[in-house]
Design a protein around this ligand. Sequence first.
Ligand code: PLP
Length: 394
Amino acid sequence: MSHKLQWIEEEIQGLKTAGLYNTIRTLSSPQGAWLRVDGKRVLNFCSNNYLGLANHPRVTAAAQEAIKTYGVGPGAVRTIAGTMELHLELEKRLAAFKGVESAITFQSGFTANLATLPALVGKEDVIFSDELNHASIIDSSRLSGARIVRYAHCDMADLERVIKENAGNYRRAVVVTDGVFSMDGDMAPLDKIYEITQAHDLILMVDDAHGEGVVGKGGRGIVDHFGLHGKVDVEVGTLSKAFGVVGGVVAGNPTIVEWLRLRGRPFLFSSAMTVPDVAACIASIDVLEESTELVDQLWDNADYFKSEMKTLGFDTGMSVTPITPIMLGEAPLAQQFSRELFQEGVFAMALGFPTVPRGKARIRVMISAAHTKGDLDEGLERFATVGRRLGIIR
Ligand SMILES: *Cc1c(COP(=O)(O)O)cnc(C)c1O
């Protein structure tokens, strides 16, 4: 008998014992305010489908239409035979939507990040990175081979300090930050970060995955929110959250976009976005450009839910966006809260270490424009029931 994989069994058992083993739930319905999950109809407070576009009739129709003309698969990487006119159209539309000169798409937000930092910096360079940045930024930073210097979360004095202490020792430097932080729903002070990078002549990169379709005019993202058009060198984004489909994008400086077409490894060595995804993304942009209705609805819903949760006595942390953390403290309590909510017909995820710091476990509620006021009221009632039962509110 071989024992070479026994360590994996032991690791998994360890996770189970610590209450950190994640049993993945299965959906048998489309995305929306309500889902069928593991055979049960539940109110959805989990997904990143901020605007309800994942199953929007115009978006799904566009995907079906495109398949009739172009088929399904791209057949190749973008640089060989995988660039269809649809890809170029999407890139043009994304650049226009974001009010920047240029954009390039990737298979996901994750690969957009993986493409970018290794193309911009290497062993002689340094990356200044917010300590709460997304895993794909961390992996991309490691892959680049550059020295990684973390600064305290959204702390501009600390950013200044690490730049002064380190930048002079390296050839090039990038400052990279999430726009909206996914676990707390707070926002990077991008205007201040821009001033600092400008003063030191450093490259500025922001990951707007939770900002697109959410913040800025009509959901145009964090660069629009701060009025920094043309000033942020690299704006990474995802088409998998508010846009409701799947894919990634880098928008901004045309020289960098051109460089990524030549040196972005996921662009060069992994096949292009598929036809229905690209067509669906274009339709999502159509919907967003025609009206701010969905974005306005999202904010109305988020403001209502958050203020009612506070009135009930819950701690919603430092969120300024529709991401609503319900701070609970210890991980087993958050898990129990999530389990009891599910029994009550509400699907909301518990997050513990290492996704969030120890002792800061929480339920994270993701509000969507797809929720009706009735849905939110039902959710609030269930939260109140479970919250009282577990002694979190009175
Ligand atoms: C979700 C997320 C990503 C990854 O996007 P995908 O399109 O799902 O790969 C990257 N960065 C941040 C900040 C995210 O929240």
